[in-house]
Each structure stands twice: as C-alpha cells, then as structure tokens.
Design a binder for this molecule. Structure first.
Ligand SMILES: *Cc1c(COP(=O)(O)O)cnc(C)c1O
Length: 358
C-alpha cells in the first residue's frame, strides 16, 4: 500500500505547540509507520532493541550535538514526560543546596515551583509585575548556587532572550520553543532540554543534552526513572523510549542539519521582521511585549479595539490560517513561526492584516 498523501489544501499553521513540522519529516514518518527500514513491519510494532531502531536512536542522539557544534564531552538522550518533567528532574538531580532561576513566564515559574521541592530556590529576577511582557535585564546571579536556570523563549508571552546571560555557575536552559532556530554558542551551556513538540518533532519525546561531567555531581538518592545517570548510561534505552516521537524528530533533525543553523536563522529573522513590521505599521494592531525582547518564534499582538478580535479571527480562518488565537492569559493573537513555517505563510497573515477593515 502506498502512503496516503498529505492533504492538498494549504493551511498556514501558526500553532504554538504541537506546532508545524517539515512536510518531508511527516511523509518519512508515514512511510516508516507502514514499512520501517525495509522490515515489512511498522515502526511502532518492532522492538526498540532491533538493530534498525538502534541505528535510529544512535543518529537521533548524535545529530543534535552536531547541529549545535558540541563535542563528545556532551551527550544527548530522549525522555518521556515533556519539558514539564524536566522541571522536576533537573533539581532532583542537581539542586544540592541552592539553585538560581530567572522567572520570565509561566514555564519558568513552573520550573521554580518544582525546584522548591528539593532545596533553596533563588529567583534572581522576575517580569511577573508586567504579566511577563519583558525580560529582566539587571540581575545578579549568586555565586553559591548549584546552577542557574532560565527559559530561552517564553512561548506564551512572546518574549525571547536575545543573548546568553553571563554566569560562572553551570548554565541550564529550557529551550523547548526555540531550539535549533538560530546559531548559538551551545558550549556555554551545561544542560539543555526541549520538549520536541514546538520546534523539533511530535509530542512524547523530550531532548536532554548535558555536559557529561555534570553526572558526577549527583549525590542525592533518586528513584531510578528520574535519575539522569540511568538514562545516560543506558544510552536513552533505560526503558522503552517513545519510538515514534524519536523517529519523527530524527527526520526533522536531518532537515535542520541539511539547512544549517545559519540559514535557519536567516529564514526566521526574515519571518519575524515581516510580521512585526506589519504589527507596528497597522493602526488596528499593537504588539504586547517590549520591542527589544520580542520573540522570533511567537509573536503576540492584540487589536487596539478588542471588539474587532473575533472579526479578524474569522478573516484568518477564511484565509486558511490556523492557530493564531492568543493564549488565554494574554488574549488577542499569537502567531508562532517555528522553523518549518514558510515565509509565504507569514505573508498571507500580513496580507489579511493589511486588508482588515472594521
Ligand atoms: C510548552 C513548553 C513547556 C511544557 O512542555 P510540555 O512538554 O508540555 O511539558 C515548557 N517550557 C516551554 C518553554 C514550553 O514552550
């Protein structure tokens, strides 16, 4: 049987997560669901210990490091439980006396909440006073903490850290919604995690990258499934990994690798410039975040007259635009422009905005 083709109607997918993926990755995944690497079996009905899947796992662990320019002093694995489980695993494994957190949104706040179960948690700065519409700039990171944790892109509020904070502490980052979206100096980080479903694959797998020497710092007694050492020493096969999510993520990683982060950054830069220029030009709309902290991935904006919101959403629907209704805590609109979104889709949204007449 031939794989069923993808729908022909072009939908412009601005969904915040799970978000748009490269068509090629979805097609390859459909094909593997039907016949995985010539086995005449489906990807989801063979052992994860078969040599075919082992090769998928090996490549899926290698490519993130290659793309980010990390050497073999780093390692990568895939875990279940979403980025939210990392909010707990990170402090469980690494908060021995105290940890420092930057609180820039709901996800960052959830990470703080979990850390408090394990020890002293210092919030070095927060932008909660203005509903997380900006990134705090002047903050001091204590010298005596075990690590400093921050969120690189605040998916809900539409803000992004445009530089890496200086810290002498081990640097930990939740990159769920902007991983592989631009060039970064990844060597500055000791631990990076990202739920796959925003920018690198389907829900169900979370990528965790860490500097191997970090594992030696674990002193607490930790239940087996939550202990990073078990997952890293078993090369991401401590228990049955989420095979489909990993396979599909690998297809995305191959696409990212082929493009390279330099080109990816260029594409993403052009997309956000196009949209923010229209938000600023158009008298009916306004952005909700501090300009210098605007996210390239999630643009949040509202109508100057909120009464027009539903009319605009209707026009978007007619133009086959999906997923731009804002998060309930911000309102208005959120256009997520993840890696796989073509600039043509942004142009369609901009045209609808240009043509809007109340
Ligand atoms: C979506 C998101 C999360 C939560 O991810 P889950 O996989 O649903 O647990 C955490 N952090 C950021 C930055 C996110 O965008």
């Amino acid at each position: 049987m031939q794989p069923k083709l993808l729908p022909m109607t072009k939908v412009h997918n601005f969904s915040a997560g799970p978000g748009i993926l490269p068509q090629q990755a979805i097609e390859n995944s459909i094909s593997a669901l039907q016949n995985f690497m010539g086995t005449n079996l489906s990807l989801i009905e063979v052992s994860h210990r078969d040599k075919e899947f082992e090769s998928v796992m090996a490549e899926a662990r290698k490519l993130p490091l290659e793309i980010l320019g990390l050497g073999d002093d780093y390692d990568a694995i895939y875990l279940g439980g979403g980025a939210s489980l990392q909010f707990c695993m990170v402090p469980y494994n690494f908060l021995n006396t105290k940890a420092a957190y930057l609180k820039t949104g709901v996800w960052a706040a959830n990470a703080v909440k979990e850390a408090k179960f394990f020890g002293e948690t210092e919030v070095v700065a927060s932008s909660e006073d203005k509903n997380y519409t900006y990134i705090p700039k002047d903050f001091n990171i204590p010298m005596d903490a075990d690590y400093f944790h921050y969120t690189s892109n605040n998916t809900i509020y539409g803000t992004q850290m445009h530089s890496i904070p200086d810290s002498s502490l081990p640097l930990f980052c939740d990159m769920s919604s902007d991983i592989f979206s631009k060039q970064i100096d990844a060597k500055k980080f000791d631990l990076i995690y990202a739920g796959a479903q925003k920018n690198m694959g389907p829900a169900g797998a979370t990528l965790v990258i860490l500097k191997k020497e970090l594992l030696e710092k674990i002193t607490r007694k930790i239940p087996s499934m939550l202990d990073y050492r078990n997952h890293f020493s078993k090369e991401s096969m401590y228990n049955t990994p989420p095979v489909f999510a990993i396979y599909c993520s690998l297809q995305v990683l191959k696409w990212v690798k082929e493009m390279g982060l330099e080109k990816m950054e260029e594409r993403n830069k052009a997309k956000q410039e196009l949209l923010y220029a229209e938000i600023d030009r158009n008298e009916f709309f306004k952005g909700t975040t501090a300009r210098e902290d605007r996210s390239w991935m999630n643009a949040t904006f509202v109508m100057n007259d909120e009464a027009h919101t539903s009319d605009f959403l209707k026009l978007c629907k007619e133009a086959n635009i999906n997923g731009i209704k804002g998060h309930r805590s911000v309102g208005g609109f959120r256009a997520s422009m993840y890696n796989a979104l073509p600039i043509e889709s942004v142009q369609v949204l901009v045209d609808v905005m240009k043509n809007f007449k109340p």
